[in-house]
Design a protein around this ligand. Sequence first.
Ligand code: CIR
Length: 270
Amino acid sequence: MPNQSIRFTHALCRRPARSVTQGLREVDRGAPDPDLFDAEHMTYVAALRDAGMMVTLLEPQEAFPDSCFIEDPALCLKGVAIVLRPGASTRAGEAAQLKPVLEGIFPEVWDLPGQGAVDGGDILCSDEEVMVGLSARTDRAGVAALRPLVEALGYRVRIVETPPDILHFKTEVSLLDPDTVLASRKLAATGCLQGYRVIETAPGEAAAANAIRVNDRVLLSAGHSRTAERLDRAGYRVVELPMTQAALLDGGLSCLSLRFSLPGPGAGLA
Ligand code: CIR
């Protein structure tokens, strides 16, 4: 279906736990403030609802400090939810916790077979292609396990290398249109985005590349005004959201939701 990669009826989010202070981070710039994280998360959820999505907000999970980054343990495509295997040991159990929730929503839930790890943050989907970035969290065995599942759903798979100092592939790239991406210069320079029209983030604003296109708008992390201007000039409706606390844990807009479309009003979701 045209534009299925940018049009969504539903989203699944998980409230940040108080234990979010223990969340993983490459560089410790201080622990996030759980109250401020929660407030920014609520603003994010409201923005998804404003964009026309029905959002289910799951309870916090204290045992998993990074579980608000709900994009990583699953992939939702064409009415199917695929339960992934997150690459960080402290996050491995998030997938099993999420599976029953997905089973209550999706007509089909598939487990990633085989071996290896795949994080949802390494997967960028356009209408016809699933790009998977190899990273510290996603390995070749995981991608080999994922490939037949997404091919069975009609997608072609492109495997790319995420530069070593970027956590997830989508940390520095997002889809703006089925054939257009927003990317940092560093990621674009690898050549892995060949075939897509690339809008680069402004110098010094690489973090803005973790954006999400939802329906008629692009949600962008606040504080990246020159990138916002670039998108505005390119004709996109931009909504800026505070992401200061997620950023302390190397997270951003895409990581905080699973976005998908289901037929029917609400399809069983609250
Ligand atoms: C982690 O290191 O797993 C979390 N602190 C951040 C996850 C961000 N998720 C994403 O980019 N998809």
